[in-house]
Design a binder for this molecule. Sequence first.
Ligand code: SF4
Length: 407
Amino acid sequence: MSISLLTFGCRLNAHESDSMAHYARQGQANDAHETDTIIVNTCTVTAEAERQARQAIRRAHRKNPEARIIVTGCASERNKAQWAALPGVQRIVPNADKMTPALWGAHSATPPPSRHIRALLQVQQGCDHRCTFCVIPFGRGDSTSTPLEEVIQRGRILSEDGHHEIVLTGVDLASWRIDDQGLGFLCHRLLQEIPALHRLRLSSIDPILLDPDKGDRLLWDLIANEPRFMPHLHLSLQAGSDLILKRMKRRHNTTRVAALIARARQLRPTIGFGADVIAGFPTETDELFNETHDFLLEQQIPFLHVFPYSERPNTPAARMPALPKAIRQERAAQLRQVGDTNRALFLSRFIGDETTILMESATTGHTPEFANVQLEDSQHSTRGMLQPCCITRQNNDGTLLARTIPS
Ligand code: SF4
C-alpha cells in the first residue's frame, strides 16, 4: 500500500511534508494499512491555495476511492469541519501534531535526510504578530523556538550527510529566542559547533530584526565578519509606503529599511537582497503605489517576490475598501518589472568575478549572494559540490553564465 503527499504553500510546508512522508513510511513498515494513504498538507495564505487543495482532494478521491485521505496544514487548522466533510477525508491532523513521529506510527524520531542540496532547518514555528492581512497565526499558533541543542544536533546531521549549505527557516524566523538570546546567537553557535559547514543562509526575515539601532548585534557581526554567513537577506518587506505599512500593522518603516540596506552594503558590498511585497493592498492609491514602486527602484532590491493582495476572511484588511483584482494584478506586474530591472543591474556587477557555486544540479547552482548560475557550454560539475567558477556573462532570463575553474 502506498503513501503519497499533496503539498501546498510555503517551503516550511514542503519541509514538513518530507518529514511526514518519512514517518508515515516508517509507520507503514511497522503496521501496514490495507489501503493507500494520501496526506494533504494545506495552505491558507490565499483563497486560491485553499481552492487548489480542495480540488486536489476531490480528484484524488475520484481516482482512488479506497484511499484514506488525511488532511493537515494551516487551512484545515482554521476550519476543521469544512475539510473533514470533503470526500474520502478520514482524518484531520492538527498542525501542532503533524511533526510527531508516533502519530504516523513511526518508532524513531530521527528526522529524514534532506532531499534538497541547500538543506532546510526549521528552528521556529508560529507567530505572535497580527499583520492585518495575515491568517498564518491562526493556522500555526503562537511563536515557539526550537531549543539550541536540538538545532545544533540537527545541523550536525545535515553537515555529516554532506550538505554544504543549511538554510534556517520558520514562520517568523526573526522571533527565534531562547532566554534573552536571539537569531544572531543561534547562527554564531551553529557555525562555531559545526566547523565543517561551509554556508549558513537565512530564509525570509522581518526587517525589524536588523534595525541598525535596535537590531540583533550578533547578526550584524556575522554580516560584517563571517564569510560562512551568506551575504543574502530576504526581507518580509510587504510594502514601500509608510502609510500602507502602518495599515498592514508592520513593525518597520521605509527609513529603517533603507538604513538597514545601506549599512549591510557598506559592511558586505556584494550582498544580495530579496523582498516579499504585496501589490494592491486595500486603500492603496496611485500615489501610495508609486511610493512602493519608487522605493523598490531606489533600493535596487534584485530578488522580488510580488503577490497581488488576496483577501483572507476575518482579517482587518478584508474589512478595508478593496481594489479591483485587475488593478492588483497590474500593479504586481509593474513591481515584477522593477525586480527584473534591479536584478539585471545587480547581476552585471559579478561579470568577470571568481566565486564558488553550490551546485544544485550538474550544471546549475547559486552564488553566496543567491544569484542563479548556469555553467557555460557543455561544462558539468557535480550536484552538491562547491564549484569554483568565473562569471562570464549574464543571460536575459535573470541568470548568470560561468566557466568552471579547475580546483
Ligand atoms: S509576521 Fe505578520 S505576515 Fe508574518 S506570519 Fe506573522 S502575522 Fe503573518
